[in-house]
Structure formats: C-alpha cells, structure tokens
Design a protein around this ligand. Structure first.
Ligand code: 5GP
Ligand code: MN
Length: 345
C-alpha cells in the first residue's frame, strides 16, 4: 500500500478543477528530460481518458530517445508553434505545471502561462517552489514527478483508468530520474508502484532498452573522446570536470541529447563524489552546466551560488554566460570554497 504523502486538501482541489475543466494544458520545463515528458504524457493519457481536451506544451525540443512514448508526436513545441500554444494556454481552464518549480524554468512559455486565467496546479519535486500556482503539490523527497503523477491519479481513485500507454510513460520518468533506480531510489514504495505499473502490462526491460540503448555510433565515439581526452580528475577535491566546446560537439555530429548522462560517468571513479560537465551551446550563446554528486554533497547549492541554477542535492544544473575559460575559473573557485564539504562527504 502507498502512504498518503499528498495533502488531502490539494487532492480535493485538483479533483474539483479537473471535474469542471474542459480544456487542460500541461506544461513542463525547458529541455525536457524523461521525467518531464513521462509525467506530462502520463497525466495526458489519464486526462484524455476522462474525456478532457488536453494539450502538452514544451518550451523546446526533447531528446529522440523519448519519442517512442505514446502521444509524444502530439506535443506542441513553443519555439515552433507559439501561436497555437498561446491560444491553448489562454483558453485553458486548468494548467498543470509539471517537473518545475519556477516560471523561469519554462522560458518563453512563462508569459502566456502567467497571463492565463486557467487554474494552475504544480506537481513537482524540486526544492523551494515559487508561489505562482493555485495548488502546489511539491514533494522534494519524492524521486520523480512521474511518481507524484501516479500518486495523484491513485488518490483521485482512478488507478483503474491508467492505461498501459500511460503506465509506460510514468515508468520511464521514474526510471530516468533515478538513473535506472541506482540513486534516490531507496524508498520501498517506488517498488510497490513499479509492481502496480507492471500489472498494466508494461515491459520494463524494453523501456530500459528504448531509453538507454538507442544511441548513435557518433554519440558513443563522442563519449570515448570525452573520457579519454577531456575528463580532468582532481583527486585532491574528489572532483572531476569535463569541458566540451561547440567545435568538439560538431566534430562528432552531436545532436540534442547526445551528451546526456556524460556527467554521471566520472562518479564511477573511486572516491570521486562531485562531477561537473560544462558544455558550450553556441546557439544559446552560453555554457550549460550539469552537476552531479554522491552522498551528502549539495551540488544544487553550487549550482545556485555559482551557475545561476538549482536542482536536487545530487543532480543539478545551471547556465553560465561567458567563455569556457571563465566558466572553468568559476568552477575552480567553487571547489576551493566547498573543499571542506567535499572532503568530509
Ligand atoms: P541536467 O544536468 O540533467 O541538465 O539537470 C539536472 C537537474 O538540474 C534537472 O533535473 C533540474 O532539476 C536541474 N537544472 C538543470 N538545469 C537547470 C537550470 O538551468 N536552472 C535550474 N534552476 N535548475 C536546473
Ligand atoms: Mn524530475
């Protein structure tokens, strides 16, 4: 059995909002990941089954390895179809904000969402949610937004309405946000939920292959290059750093999502507890920063303090506006400042 982690008052409000709504829009964060797309589609399948008119709007592209999910082709990209998205958001009775805690995380979609009269419901697991929603279901102790979506649907008394397609999307996000259940995944209720999802007929092994084993040859060669040539290990700080320029990404025909997961690899080295990946994004004219840690080291603090970002204790990110050399300088300042915490972790 699942414990009742979500407040009853929130569930009651969501129930009323959904009941009264005809048009519902689901929005999720920029550069959506498996949990963002999985939770959006999981909720989409449920609400569509309740005869609602549902649309998902994302700020920009999502990786190819999430395209297999049922309903993915109907997702509206704001960077491509702003006019349609603006209309849907303005006309929405309810706007579900999934897997993000601040309007700044949805880039240009923030403006129409803030302006819309639609009732906003946040379902998210990032720390410190901003108060822009009528209902805020925020649970940083829960490892994925997908798990929260599953819990919301169950609390609405609608477990039976979850389809195999919906269950696949929910499972995929739970799996990706825990690195295939290798971190943030000691809560035994996760495995109860998995067994419930399996009862819907999902093939979890196939989902794993579809998400993690569909890389291009280019991506694997880029990974080889990154690990051999680019990874710097700073054992004195128990830290590793990878910097990747746009030119290097072009050399390996890198496409969106190709560098996904690189930041986790250095944590396989004994005694390394902090990994930083700096990737130049020429299009956005910035350095995308990814941070990972093991144990108690709070990489979200480093992200917030040094890289205009945030996230979870063990997985965070941010953005840096400047050159790669400048970003590396900031990184060095960060590890020096956090040396004590790194060493005692
Ligand atoms: P990733 O390294 O996979 O891009 O991001 C890991 C996590 O860090 C995300 O799930 C998200 O919580 C957080 N994150 C990534 N980029 C940003 C950012 O630019 N700003 C904030 N506030 N959080 C971010
Ligand atoms: Mn998430």
């Amino acid at each position: 059995m699942l414990t009742k982690k979500i407040q009853q008052a929130s569930i009651d409000k969501v129930e009323t909002y959904f009941e009264r709504a005809e048009n519902i829009v689901i929005v999720t964060h920029v550069s959506p990941d498996g949990d963002a797309i999985g939770s959006s589609l999981g909720l989409y399948h449920f609400l569509t089954g309740q005869e609602k008119n549902v649309h998902i709007v994302v700020p920009n592209a999502f990786p190819d390895f999430l395209r297999w999910m049922s309903g993915a082709k109907d997702i509206i990209r704001y960077d491509k179809d702003a006019e349609l998205a603006d209309k849907l958001i303005a006309e929405a009775d309810v706007i579900c904000c999934l897997d993000f805690n601040a309007l700044s995380r949805i880039d240009a979609v923030a403006k129409p969402v803030a302006a819309s009269q639609g009732r906003k419901v946040m379902i998210d697991h990032h720390l410190n949610p901003e108060p822009f929603c009528k209902v805020t279901i925020s649970h940083p102790e829960i490892s994925s937004t997908c798990e929260l979506v599953f819990r919301v649907i169950c609390r609405l008394g609608c477990f039976d309405d979850i389809t195999r397609e919906g269950a696949e999307c929910i499972y995929a996000g739970m799996m990706t946000d825990t690195g295939g259940f290798t971190y943030n995944s000691n809560d035994r209720e996760i495995y109860f939920i998995i067994s419930q999802l399996l009862s819907k007929g999902i093939d979890k092994d196939e989902i794993y292959r579809k998400v993690f084993n569909t890389y291009s040859q280019d991506r694997l060669r880029l990974m080889g290059y990154v690990l051999y040539e680019k990874m710097q290990v700073l054992p004195q700080f128990r830290t590793a750093l990878i910097c990747l320029t746009q030119k290097e990404q072009n050399r390996f025909n890198s496409v969106k999502g190709d560098t996904e997961g690189f930041v986790n690899i250095p944590l396989q080295i004994q005694n390394i507890c902090f990994s930083v990946f700096l990737r130049e994004d020429a299009e956005k004219k910035m350095i995308k920063v990814s941070l990972r840690s093991v144990g108690d080291f709070p990489c979200n603090k480093v992200a917030a303090e040094f890289f205009n970002g945030g996230g979870h204790k063990n997985a965070s990110g941010g953005e840096f506006w400047g050159t790669m050399d400048e970003a590396v300088e900031v990184f060095k300042r960060a590890v020096v400042k956090y040396e004590e915490l790194l060493l005692k972790n």
